[in-house]
Write a protein that binds this ligand. Structure first.
Ligand SMILES: [Zn+2]
Length: 153
């Protein structure tokens, strides 16, 4: 016995506005942005410190409890790597007139790196290993945009 079905397909763009919850670990991480404070969490077995925080240490494969092992971190770090791009971060279809520098920064006291824009740095001045510092937004809201980027120290 077979049944014929009509499948309708529409081609086109769909605009979807949405909010999503980042989870308990990232929620705590971003809540601290409101105080212009950076925190990470530490694996109780190997001692690695994660920024952003992680629920599970990939090396030890154990859960880092949500209530414990948080560490306060400074807003300074080392530029581990970078790229120079003419594209906007949030809208890759359009180019900026000036190329921007995106950096992978390892916060001092952590074992991982976060990616943000490097501000007020000319592409020819960028070097891996340079010391950088967070530039916080004037009115933090508790989201990723509270960090405007990193500046050279
Ligand atoms: Zn570990």
């Amino acid at each position: 016995m077979s049944e014929n079905k009509v499948i309708v397909a529409n081609k086109g763009m769909v605009r979807a506005d949405f909010d999503f919850w980042v989870g308990r670990y990232m929620d705590k991480f971003y809540d601290n942005f409101e105080k212009k404070k950076l925190i990470g969490n530490k694996c109780q077995k190997c001692g690695d410190v994660f920024v952003p925080p992680r629920k599970i240490c990939g090396k030890c494969n154990i859960v880092i409890p949500l209530e414990e092992n948080w560490v306060d971190l400074p807003d300074t770090g080392i530029l581990k790597n970078y790229t120079i791009t003419p594209y906007r971060v949030n809208d890759r279809s359009s180019r900026k007139t000036k190329p921007q520098v995106l950096g992978m920064v390892q916060i001092d006291g952590s074992n991982t790196a976060i990616i943000y824009r490097l501000l007020n740095i000319k592409p020819e001045e960028v070097k891996t290993g340079m010391k950088v510092k967070i530039e916080w937004s004037e009115k933090p809201k508790g989201d990723p945009s509270d960090i405007k980027g990193f500046v050279k120290m």
